[in-house]
Design a protein around this ligand. Structure first.
Ligand SMILES: C[S@@+](CC[C@H](N)C(=O)[O-])C[C@H]1O[C@@H](n2cnc3c(N)ncnc32)[C@H](O)[C@@H]1O
Length: 261
């Protein structure tokens, strides 16, 4: 894999980071609102100087918002994607408050790759639906061991409510209408973004390695069918050693569940 190069300007890293955020917002118009509530609840439960694990961090969007709001915080980002980690490392270069590690969250020993034994907060967004159900249950058990007692876990992700099929279908249909109105029409921002990044000389090798690990997005690179209700997440967290767990935010199609260790 090609590590980021000194010749790549700060402006490039920031531009890729920003284009990632714009691409995610196509799918998640409430993304910043989710992050705001996530940080509010982090401050409420563990204070304004947390040691944060940014789980499945991608380009480090959560870390960026944590450090902007809590300048004395410290972040570890963990992900398996070499291209997204390259952008993350490049855009935070020189900031000693943040470090990134590469690890597979579906493995039994990924926590060994972490630079710290315990964290005040583990935060994750739009990521854990990539895992299969048994992998997610196992991960929740591992997270209980990563958080200190009183620490907080938050997962913001697609969390449909299967008990209200007509409401869910209407919400889904409206999301499609909003998509059309935004001008995105038949475009596929996720695939377009990856194709653009693959054409950047500084990132091409890392993207090729990423395609070997996850597959090419054109052919489908992750599981979207493995989504669970907020109730399932809360129940599984409690069964995994969390003292309390419940939903703390939701939109018609997304939710955020908080587990208190
Ligand atoms: C849609 S991105 C979200 C990234 C970031 N949390 C955000 O909100 O911008 C999903 C992330 O999950 C990561 N991921 C998926 N499966 C993983 C695994 N088994 N181990 C580590 N990271 C994984 C992907 O590499 C990707 O960065």
């Amino acid at each position: 894999m090609t590590a980021y190069t000194d010749s790549t300007s700060e402006a490039n890293w920031q531009a890729w980071q920003d284009s990632w955020d714009r691409q995610q917002e196509f799918y998640l118009p409430d993304r910043e609102e989710r992050f705001r509530v996530m940080l509010d609840m982090t401050e409420a439960l563990v204070g304004p100087e947390p040691r944060v694990l940014d789980l499945a961090c991608g380009t480090g969007s959560i870390s960026a918002r944590v450090l902007r709001r809590f300048p004395a915080a410290r972040c570890t980002g963990v992900d398996l994607d070499p291209a997204l980690l390259t952008i993350a490392r490049g855009s935070f270069e020189g900031d000693e408050r943040v470090e990134f590690v590469s690890a597979d969250l579906t493995g039994p020993e990924w926590t060994r790759a972490l630079p710290h034994r315990s964290y005040d907060a583990v935060l994750t967004a739009t990521a854990l639906h990539w895992l299969r159900l048994p992998q997610l249950s196992a991960l929740y058990g591992q997270l209980a061991g990563v958080l200190r007692e009183g620490g907080v876990f938050m997962n913001a992700d697609h969390m449909p409510d299967g008990s209200t099929p007509r409401i869910s279908e209407a919400a889904h249909a409206f999301a499609r209408i909003r998509w059309e109105r935004s001008g995105a029409g038949g475009s596929k921002p996720w695939i377009d973004w990856w194709q653009r990044i693959a054409g950047e000389p500084e990132l091409a090798d890392a993207v090729a390695e990423r395609y070997r690990i996850f597959g090419n997005p054109v052919n489908g690179d992750h599981a979207d069918g493995e989504v669970q209700s907020a109730g399932w997440h809360a129940e599984t967290l409690r069964a995994s050693g969390f003292a309390e767990a419940r939903q703390v935010w939701c939109s018609p199609e997304d939710g955020m569940v908080l587990g208190l260790r």
